[in-house]
Design a protein around this ligand. Structure first.
Ligand code: UD1
Ligand code: UDP
Length: 359
């Protein structure tokens, strides 16, 4: 039986791996899950393992938070130890976090095959930590699983040929979970929210958590006529408190600060929001899957398809642009060229991995 070591550690990984791990379990492959613990709070971590039926990690590396160099270095050191012990046929990594890069590097140094899920995404901004992580990971991986045609084009332009266009595993996860969420989530009742009477926001990107950007975004929120529901990433919460913006938002009638919520609950919050304001990659796509207008608090996006179709508008952290988009942004509801696959990306990826290991 072939052995795959999956290295994960951050919230979006758990969602991305859910359907892939399911497929691995159905095939003649053994999966060893290594959790770096880059994310460790209950709401950023355990809640997903409980809810999404993901295999419990075989290893917890307990790396936690720290500077980029510290975090990446610690993960690299500790994943190497696991790989030496497990001697897998392939290491699987997802996305563009420090856990992704360090997991891939550890495998590359030991000459173990690497599969990268969500390969080929580019913002063309090397100041983003994620851009460095994804470019390096793509260039040291053996199997590049590209979610979109745009991703394939980006890989091709960098001279990489070992790609497979599979569709997006987040679309698979979305399709699998939205119905379950509709049946089971009580989040609207718990928060006393009415459909389409609120906006939903999430913020966590490095470019948005400096004092100026968070201040400008919060000022725009203060002007909103609709309630803004804000599940707050723990890193962002720390900065809101440090800049003394937290108390103002907490007292404000039109902002509802809550802890991060489960995947099923966020899907329901997204589906019933009038508009979504976010810097999250995953949430930009989910807004698009659900046909909810998305206002992206960045000056560029990797998910250009959502902007090309007019469902997503880029406003960075500019107060006036955010306020105008909250008031006026409306997509043309007839334009929608879904380009994220057929919901079977996970199945295709696992099949390709099996064949590649055989060779
Ligand atoms: C990371 C990824 C980012 C991804 C995001 C998903 C990198 C470089 N960034 O950003 O690409 O979009 O995860 O959510 O890998 N913290 C806690 N508890 C936790 C986790 C974090 O308190 O469980 C706090 C810590 O103060 C930490 C800060 O949040 O320093 C940032 O966490 P970190 O994992 O470094 O980066 P993210 O912003 O989460
Ligand atoms: N998410 C969640 N609960 C929350 C906020 C986000 O389950 O309170 C989910 C979201 O629906 C998406 C994923 O987490 O599937 C995105 O993760 P995040 O925004 O942390 O990272 P990014 O996608 O930007 O890398």
């Amino acid at each position: 039986m072939y052995k795959i070591v999956t290295v994960v550690g951050a919230r979006p990984h758990f969602i991305k791996m859910s359907q892939v791990s399911n497929e691995i379990a159905k095939k003649n492959l053994q999966e060893i899950v290594v959790h770096t613990n880059q994310h460790y709070d209950y709401e950023m971590n355990n809640i997903f393992f409980k809810q999404l039926n993901i295999p419990e990690p075989d290893y917890h590396l307990e790396v936690g938070s720290g500077s980029h160099g510290y975090q990446t270095g610690e993960i690299l050191k500790k994943v190497e130890q696991v790989l030496l012990k497990e001697n897998p046929d392939l290491v699987l990594v997802y996305g563009d976090t420090n856990s992704t890069l360090a997991g891939a590097l550890a495998a590359a140094k030991l000459k173990i095959k690497i599969g990268h899920i969500e390969a080929g995404l580019r913002s063309f901004n090397k100041r983003m930590p994620e851009e460095i992580n994804r470019v390096v990971t793509d260039h040291i991986s053996d199997l590049l699983f590209a979610p979109t045609e745009t991703a394939v084009k980006n890989l091709h332009n960098e001279g990489l040929k070992n790609f497979h266009l599979t569709g997006d595993v987040m679309y698979d996860a979305f399709l699998h979970n939205i119905k379950v969420a509709e049946r089971n989530s009580k989040i609207l009742e718990e928060l006393e929210l009415k459909p389409k009477e609120y906006l939903l926001t999430t913020i966590h990107r490095a470019e948005n958590v400096d004092k100026k950007s968070l201040g400008s975004i919060s000022d725009a929120f203060a002007e909103s006529e609709k309630l803004i529901v804000f599940p707050t990433h723990p890193g962002t919460l720390k900065y809101l408190k440090a800049y003394k913006i937290f108390d103002t938002l907490k007292k404000s009638d039109n902002v509802l600060l809550i802890k991060p919520v489960s995947y099923l609950d966020i899907l329901i919050l997204e589906k019933n929001a009038k508009k979504i304001l976010t810097d999250s990659g995953g949430i930009q796509k989910e807004a698009y899957f659900l046909k909810i207008p998305c206002i992206t608090l960045r000056d560029r996006t990797e998910w250009v398809e959502t902007v090309d179709d007019g469902w997503n508008i880029l406003v960075d952290s500019d107060k006036e642009k955010i306020s105008r988009a909250i008031r006026e942004f409306e997509p043309n509801r007839h334009v929608y060229a879904h380009k994220f696959g057929d919901g079977k990306a996970s199945e295709k990826i696992v099949k390709i991995m099996g064949t590649a290991i055989d060779k």
